[in-house]
Design a protein. Structure first.
Length: 202
């Protein structure tokens, strides 16, 4: 199913809300123009108990659907056109706590897919999952329109038993991009998630 972003916003009174259902496809364009600048973000509220929940966002980079690179807390600037911001380790502060800038018009032509993920740092060691986090979410913002939030996915309620989630794919379609939701929950650590996403399952 492919849906134009502008049509979705009109149908939802200007608010684009997507549930994490596998295979939901959104064309990243409005009024016939492709979106160029996005932010993938995560947010949560600082918990009243210790240890703090540390949520991280990641992106796996594919060339011809072969895993080639990854943007995460140890490789923030390793891919041209992408930048992962500061590492918030406890959810303190207002608004989004972690942000990844994605300049789609600056991504190398050899890259055909960007897989967005979210995980909890040292979740097993700390006995945590997304149910341990307060008001946790990930969101996608349209930076072509001053950071307007286009989609938000609830993690605390919908994925409470998992410690990682493969959110979805940004997929190149010629000169434009689409976003395809995946919504797979993971019980392993970040390396386990990467291993599970090494091969593209279509």
């Amino acid at each position: 199913m492919a849906i134009d972003l502008g049509t979705l916003q009109t149908q939802n009174n200007g608010k684009f809300v997507v549930n994490l259902e596998k295979g939901f496809k959104v064309n990243l364009e409005k009024g016939g123009k492709s979106l160029k600048h996005l932010t993938f973000a995560a947010g949560w509220d600082k918990a009243s108990v210790l240890p703090d929940v540390d949520i991280d966002i990641e992106a796996i980079i594919y060339e011809n659907d072969v895993l080639k690179n990854m943007v995460y807390y140890d490789n923030r600037l390793g891919v041209k056109g992408m930048e992962l911001g500061k590492d918030n380790r406890d959810g303190s502060g207002e608004g989004d706590d972690e942000k990844m800038k994605i300049l789609l018009d600056g991504i190398s032509d050899s890259i055909n897919r960007i897989r967005l993920m979210v995980s909890i740092f040292k979740a097993k060691e700390r006995g945590q999952n997304f149910g341990s986090a307060k008001n946790a979410y990930v969101s996608i913002h349209n930076d072509d329109e001053n950071g307007k939030e286009e989609a938000r996915f609830n993690l605390t309620n919908d994925y409470s038993m998992f410690v990682g989630i493969t959110v979805g794919d940004l997929v190149r379609n010629g000169d434009s991009w689409s976003f395809v939701t995946i919504g797979n929950g993971h019980a392993g650590n970040l390396q386990d998630m990467v291993n599970e996403n090494e091969n593209i399952r279509k």
